[in-house]
Design a protein around this ligand. Structure first.
Ligand SMILES: Cc1cc2nc3c(=O)[nH]c(=O)nc-3n(C[C@H](O)[C@H](O)[C@H](O)COP(=O)(O)O)c2cc1C
Length: 366
């Protein structure tokens, strides 16, 4: 029988063991490192005997046994077993192995309750829910409820990504309302063993509120330009760097002019332990990214309703930006960058798709 190495495997060291994982099937075992040599012999379709003969120094019987075991675990596949493996490798080719390994290995979610996590929380092993900079200079923001009755449907359809802004300063109340409505608490719930938990206007898987907001203010009435941390509980801006400039922000976001022109930019980070202390499965990472997306959409809709133009980007220089924020990029990592300002004009009209545009699009496969 011919066999070939599965395409969708990754190997790594874990606690002293050499681990091989097929992220399509979810199978993960620890291996003797010599088994990696055997797998290396199966890049192309190869018979067991040809592979065994490639290792004259190995005992042929144990070599055969290893081949059969690797096959039974799905690290080697026969032609009639390779269809899904081939399909994944083809469809995810340019994203493999990084994104494919993350996505597929976090597919097999375990939703069972883990009482030991509740026990740990009860015993006090929890991570702080809020971050603050007690020694920083701060501005306590006004708590002015927005005098808004923006129609929902109109706001939804008016939301557009803006890339050009007026240099006029944002009214302080607008900045304050935007931060409060997107990042501030809407209420607190009793999470039982997990204590009081904050809710925001955006849904957040697990309500751990692992996302922090660092606000670079460039043009807002009553707020000196600089980089601040938004203190959620105080509704304040804690000054981190009064020399932080538009040019720096634009540079950190790969020189995008929208960031260079916006009145304010929000760097959204995720505090890993706040999430991982409760959710141990790697799928929680996906939840965290999705939570950031929710905050981004709420930011865009709220900015629109307040008469501001929103912008968002994932194009940023991660490590440089994390350095600028003063976070280590490991325990707390940058996930998303949002910005807003007074719109220069309506975003450039994009022409409606005409018959010719539809002809140029592939509407359906095949
Ligand atoms: C996650 C995400 C990342 C984006 N990144 C960028 C970006 O780096 N630069 C940019 O100009 N627009 C960026 N955009 C804006 C999209 O290009 C825009 O949403 C899309 O063209 C649709 O236009 P609309 O938002 O006006 O409806 C991003 C949007 C999202 C949701």
């Amino acid at each position: 029988m011919l066999l070939r190495r599965a395409h969708n495997i990754v190997c790594y060291w874990l606690d002293g063991s050499f681990v091989i994982q097929n992220y399509l099937t979810g199978t993960q075992i620890s291996l003797a490192t010599g088994a990696a040599d055997i797998l290396a012999a199966f890049t192309d379709w190869t018979s067991e005997e040809d592979a065994v003969s490639a290792f004259p120094d190995y005992d042929p019987e144990s070599c055969r046994a290893a081949v059969r075991q690797l096959h039974s675990y799905g690290f080697l596949v026969a032609p009639d077993e390779s269809e899904r493996d081939d399909r994944l490798a083809e469809h995810w080719q340019t994203w493999s192995p990084e994104a494919a390994a993350l996505h597929f290995s976090s597919k097999h979610a375990d939703y069972t309750e883990s009482p030991e996590i509740n026990d740990e929380f009860r015993a006090g092993k929890r991570s702080a829910l809020f971050k603050h900079y007690p020694d920083a200079d701060r501005i306590l923001l006004p708590r002015v409820p927005p005098d808004l009755d923006a129609p929902f449907v109109g706001t939804l359809y008016r939301r557009r990504t803006h890339r050009s802004f007026r240099r006029t300063a944002l009214p302080l109340t607008r900045l304050s309302q935007l931060l409060a409505m997107v990042f501030g608490p809407s209420e607190f719930l009793d999470g039982q063993d997990f204590g009081a938990l904050m809710k925001r206007t955006s849904a957040a898987g697990g309500a751990r509120q692992e996302l922090e907001a660092y606000v670079a203010v460039f043009a807002a009435e009553g707020v000196a330009p600089g980089l601040y941390h938004y203190n959620v509980l105080e509704h304040s801006l804690e000054l981190l760097d009064d020399g932080f400039t538009r040019e720096q922000a634009a540079h950190l976001c790969c020189d995008q002019t929208a960031i260079g022109e916006a009145a304010m930019t929000v760097f959204v980070t995720g505090v890993i332990e706040r999430m991982s202390s409760k959710y141990r499965a790697p799928r929680a990472y996906r939840v965290m990214l999705t939570n950031a997306g929710h905050l981004g959409q709420t930011f865009a809709l709220t900015a629109t309703a307040l008469g501001l133009g929103p912008f968002q980007t994932l194009a940023f220089r991660d490590e440089e930006a994390e350095d600028a924020l003063g976070v280590d990029g490991i325990g707390e990592t940058l996930l998303y960058v949002l910005a807003a300002g007074l719109p220069d004009e309506e975003p450039e009209t994009e022409y409606g798709a005409d018959l010719d545009a539809f002809r140029r699009a592939d509407l359906y496969p095949g």
